[in-house]
Design a protein around this ligand. Structure first.
Ligand code: ATP
Ligand code: FE2
Length: 331
């Protein structure tokens, strides 16, 4: 029996999850937010510092297990915003010292993928579409590799920026989805796919110009944004599926909560006769449970740092998915 506590702090969410033998016992989170949605890293870090003890107590209480039963502390080592990651590692080290347990440093993006196992996915291609990240990831030859990604903005940040322009609030994703449901009128937008990569900055400029011209309704713009950008995501994902020959698609990241994106993925998967896995929203967005979940897998194969090695562990704000040595998987 192993019980792992996982800490997530890469961006605006501070979350703590507790996982025991692959089962999520608690998943508590709190999100730093601002009026206009722009993230000030040092303010987000302050939020994490102030909320950490409260989230920790709540997670323990929800899990029904005692502090003494925790076998290790896993935490998001990167990629992410340095001040936010620093708060996470500080809290992780402090707690691990207090409980006298080892630390397990976890890659945030891979955690998004591994948690998909909870839904039954075994060897998927993952479309990871969140605020800062948009990547198509799959396991091949001993590593998790990025087959395609955005060349500029993350799709969530792109949506949030346009929502801010339209002054409809933050986070923009759910609001754009709601507006889009009120239209079926497609306005032509640039469509930018380069192989398995996408680019969003030109589309953002184009959308802003259309909005400022006052010639289009916000519903039509929201609808056209979703239809265009999600088609780009689905096209590149489909290409990665064809390239790798995998038979499963897994969704991850906050943007994957979007019903229209899910519908488009479902259609593509049924046309290709492959399986689609969509985890619950609470594990799609940034959360501590996925960190604990991957932490447990790593801990079980002996990837851990004991107290005398804590000084060697640092945050990795720019850690790339394919830098991580995946010692826990047998090929
Ligand atoms: P990271 O990029 O580090 O993984 P993040 O904190 O920016 O992290 P998430 O918590 O995974 O990302 O997702 C937040 C993003 O998801 C926001 O940009 C938000 O607008 C978007 N989002 C949430 N719900 C929806 C939705 N229904 N449709 C589209 N986008 C959505
Ligand atoms: Fe994330």
């Amino acid at each position: 029996m192993t019980a792992i506590l996982g800490i997530e702090s890469t961006a605006h969410t501070f979350g703590i999850g507790i996982v025991k033998n692959g089962k999520i016992l608690a998943n508590v989170r709190d999100m730093y937010s601002t009026e206009n949605g722009g993230i000030i890293p040092t303010d987000a870090a302050k939020h994490h510092r102030e909320i950490s003890e409260k989230i920790y107590s709540e997670a323990l209480e929800k899990s029904g297990i005692k502090e003494e039963e925790i076998d290790a502390i896993a935490f998001s080592q990167g990629p992410g915003l340095p001040p936010c990651l620093s708060e996470g590692i500080k809290f992780a080290k402090k707690t691990a010292e207090k409980l006298n347990v080892p630390l397990v440093p976890v890659n945030h993006c891979i955690a998004h993928l591994e948690i998909g196992k909870i839904t039954g996915a075994k060897n998927p291609v993952m479309l990871y579409a969140s605020g800062a990240n948009t990547q198509i990831i799959a396991y091949e030859s001993g590593k998790y590799r990025i087959f395609g990604e955005t060349l500029d903005l993350g799709v969530g940040n792109f949506i949030d920026t346009f929502a801010r322009e339209m002054k409809i609030g933050f986070p923009g994703g759910p609001k754009i989805q709601k507006l889009a449901e009120g239209s079926r009128n497609y306005i032509e937008l640039p469509y930018v796919v380069k192989g398995m990569d996408i680019s969003l900055s030109g589309i953002l400029t184009n959308l802003k110009q259309k909005f400022q011209s006052k010639k289009y309704s916000i519903e039509d713009l929201a609808y056209s944004l979703q239809e265009t950008v999600f088609a780009m995501l689905v096209e590149t994902t489909e290409r990665a599926i064809a390239h790798t020959g995998k038979k499963e698609l897994l969704l991850g990241g906050g943007v994957s909560c979007n019903g229209r994106l899910q519908e488009m993925c479902k259609k593509m998967c049924s046309e290709r006769d492959i399986k689609l896995f969509v985890p619950e929203n609470s594990v799609l967005v940034d959360n501590g449970a996925m960190i604990a979940f991957l932490g447990e897998i790593m801990f079980k194969v002996g990837i851990k740092f004991s107290k005398n090695k804590f000084d060697e562990i640092e945050i990795k704000p720019r850690q790339r998915t394919d830098e991580v040595e995946v010692k826990w998987k047998k090929n």
